[in-house]
Design a protein around this ligand. Sequence first.
Ligand code: GUN
Ligand code: ZN
Length: 424
Amino acid sequence: MHAYRAAILRFTDDGTAVYEKDGLLVTGPDATGRKVVRAVGPYEQLAPNFPGVAIEHFPGRIIAPGFIDLHIHFPQLDVIGSPAEGLLPWLENYTFPQEAKFSGEAHAQELATLFLDELARHGVTTALTFCTSHPSSVNALMAESQKRGLRMIAGKVLQDRHSPDGVRDETQQSLIDTEDLIRAWHGKDRLGYAITPRFAPSCSDAQLRGAGELAAKYPDVWIQSHVAENKDEIAWARQLFPDARSYLAVYDGYGLMRERAIYAHCIHFDDDDRRLMRSTGAAAAVSPTSNLFLGSGFFDYEGARRIGFKHGLASDVGGGTSFSPFHTMLAAYYVGREGQTKPGLSLSPQNLWWQHTAGAAQALGLEGVVGNLQPGCEADFIVLNPAATPLLARKTAQAASLDELLFSMIVLGDDRLVEKVVVS
Ligand code: GUN
Ligand code: ZN
């Protein structure tokens, strides 16, 4: 067993933050040998229960759950910050050419290593990740994640039409490759597979049908895609699927909406779409830095809450501009401000943090597994130094409440806050 003493941040089941100023986190193997949280609470109260367990002390530091990124593209490291009018020219001029480079295994290996290093530097311990259409890109990321003991979920992109040479795949082979990759990686150590149609406009009817059949055959495999991100994209989807009630309904028609289905963006929704999210158990990966950078629009937090469907935070690198959960939380706060009709904070700092940890885990169907530090959770955590910069030190020292402390870190924080990352 291991024990760690510091301030500790975690969440109750209803998303309320629990903050122990002087806490103890005890980790150790469960009955199946997984390293989990065995106990957590006030140091004074808990320490006597664990005589003989050496305690690692982090004075002045905060232990918090490792962040979860609900939507990110590992092959898009070199796409970050590419100037484009909007989503569709950005895909054509920057994203597809970069992703085509992943036909080479050495390139995929190099970027998989860099990608996982960047996630760790920013305190992200689980991500739901797009690879490219090349199966070898999945193998590279999964093998590297397995080596590091990470809980990582990823999938081969499906895109058999409206895609250039170099990234376009072939319908039947893409489905065979997907099933082979599910068998090779899903449930291996901490890894999970996600069936990954890029977005409806890039997938033929046969490919979406095949993806839906695989989703039914493997119900605990994840599904990830994009929806209702950009007005031109939506008009194109309408034209390609004239019989569907909406863009989102296209996915439902192919059996691609269920628990463990995560749709990036979900910006331009009506209430019927929101109800479809709720009734199917699908979740939205809200990607505010990407939406602001590409000019896609603003996720409607009030609408999401009014109808009540699952959502959490995502970087969407390389449309997104930063790996940092602090930057993403701040951008989400701005987005909440934009659509705000009611007085108040729009999004509280506790809720922003929850959306990137326990709330994201709930969206993935992994509540109680990752994204939190309650007893039984896998022991993925980060150690934050709230005095990492002179201004952070000054500001966090003056915080008179948990909200003020969390807001100081959300607004001023970046990878410098993340001092240590511990993976179960
Ligand atoms: N829609 C289809 N592909 C992509 C992608 O790679 N990034 C974003 N943001 N939207 C997409
Ligand atoms: Zn994306």
